[in-house]
Unconditional design. Structure first.
Length: 411
């Protein structure tokens, strides 16, 4: 009875604290993710108020949070949209990978962490935060901008790449042999390909099966189907998150819209719990030793993300201002970076990897909304100054010459 009461007190305090932090972040219009991570650091090992009875429940809630985050992301796209994006935007995806994954891998090797940690850190620095970016674009009123489809295409390609990347990481972290790892990857790709095929060919049938006019029944069926597929995917060595993402893709039309509205509050709740859970497993005392590498990596990869967005938007024929906006919007890292680092922390391959990833995400999740807002005006001002010198001088001369001529004529 005492244990049950302690659990309720602890978990209630966490939820109340997250609600207050979210309200504070909303008032100042920035992402609450860094505050959630800081809350996890406060409640975790070495923090101010370490948890006891509720930690296991928080771990389960964190897993549900990841599943709901990816389900909601999948609901934003249809299977045909994904196929089209793969055909037209894959060069941007390759540039994105080259510019943003390699700095992470290089940093891990420079720190002497070995090849497995290098593959993990490459994923942490590669993937932008779809959740933070979607919120920022909505807050800035840019959802209808011409560069927005380019930004979304890059995010979709990154999310699809996770269907391949996460099984590889899982196999590497488990330390399985090359043959077993290849089999795991083959199974993962087969399952992902099968679900994507079913989504493309039978998406309407699946949506019709799930559809219901009763919000309660729709919520239960969508949530149950998602958790079931995620569990089966996990059993088949595919990430549960990828399974949930593919379920979201399979649903479309009114079903997707209704599920999105119903699941949004649940997603926000469990996603907050997920970020807290990651913080719980990071000792605050372990962050200061890695803060300099984290800052260096954040500066480099913020620049490479801006370059990625600029190049992709230029290729799509977007104006210069739109190119800078696209680049600045892509800087934020968040949920996927934490998911990848969380797998490594659980496997225990490198103690400093979790703290570095936490510090890295904290920096970029704060900087990301700022670069989205200010990259374009700053770039326009800087480039404008360079071009103005000859352009301002020329009109002045043109104005003076006719004036002199007319005065001479009158004389």
């Amino acid at each position: 009875m005492h244990s049950s009461a302690l659990f309720l007190i602890e978990f209630g305090a966490i939820i109340l604290g997250l609600g207050l932090l979210g309200r504070f972040a909303g008032r100042f219009r920035f992402s609450p993710i860094p505050l959630y991570l800081l809350a996890g650091l406060a409640f975790g090992e070495g923090g101010l108020l370490p948890l006891g009875a509720s930690e296991e429940f928080v771990a389960i809630g964190a897993e549900i949070g990841v599943i709901l985050l990816l389900l909601m992301l999948g609901l934003e796209y249809t299977a045909s949209d994904l196929v089209t994006n793969l055909k037209t935007q894959y060069p941007a995806g390759l540039v994105d990978f080259a510019l943003n994954a390699l700095p992470g891998a290089a940093m891990a090797l420079l720190l002497g962490w070995g090849p497995v940690a290098a593959v993990v850190l490459a994923g942490v620095t590669w993937i932008s935060s779809s959740g933070v970016i979607a919120k920022v674009m909505g807050d800035l009123g840019r959802l209808g901008n011409r560069e927005t489809p380019v930004v979304l295409s890059i995010l979709v390609l990154e999310d699809l790449a996770m269907a391949v990347y996460l099984p590889i990481i899982t196999a590497l972290l488990a330390g399985v042999s090359l043959a077993a790892g290849s089999l795991t990857l083959a199974i993962a790709l087969g399952v992902a390909g099968l679900v994507l095929f079913l989504a493309v060919r039978f998406g309407r049938v699946i949506s019709r099966f799930v559809s219901s006019d009763d919000p309660e029944k729709l919520l239960l069926v969508v949530l149950g189907l998602t958790l079931l597929v995620a569990g089966i995917a996990q059993q088949l060595q595919v990430s549960a998150a990828v399974g949930a993402f593919l379920v979201g893709i399979a649903l479309s039309g009114e079903v997707a819209e209704g599920a999105h509205n119903l699941l949004s509050p649940l997603r926000d709740l469990f996603a907050a719990v997920f970020f807290v859970f990651f913080g719980l497993h990071t000792d605050p005392a372990s962050i200061p030793p890695v803060i300099l590498p984290a800052l260096a990596l954040a500066v480099v990869t913020a620049g490479t993300k801006i370059a990625t967005g600029y190049w992709a938007a230029k290729r799509a024929g977007i104006s210069v201002k739109g190119r800078w906006r696209a680049g600045g919007t892509l800087v934020a890292r968040g949920e996927f970076s934490i998911v990848i680092a969380g797998l490594a922390v659980t496997a225990g391959i490198e103690p400093a990897l979790g703290p570095l990833a936490t510090a890295y995400v904290l920096v970029l999740v704060v900087i990301g909304p700022l670069t989205a807002r200010y990259t374009e005006p700053i770039a326009t001002r800087l480039t404008g100054r360079r071009r103005k010198a000859p352009l301002v001088q020329a009109p002045a001369e043109e104005v003076l010459e006719p004036a002199d001529n007319s005065a001479a004529g009158r004389a």
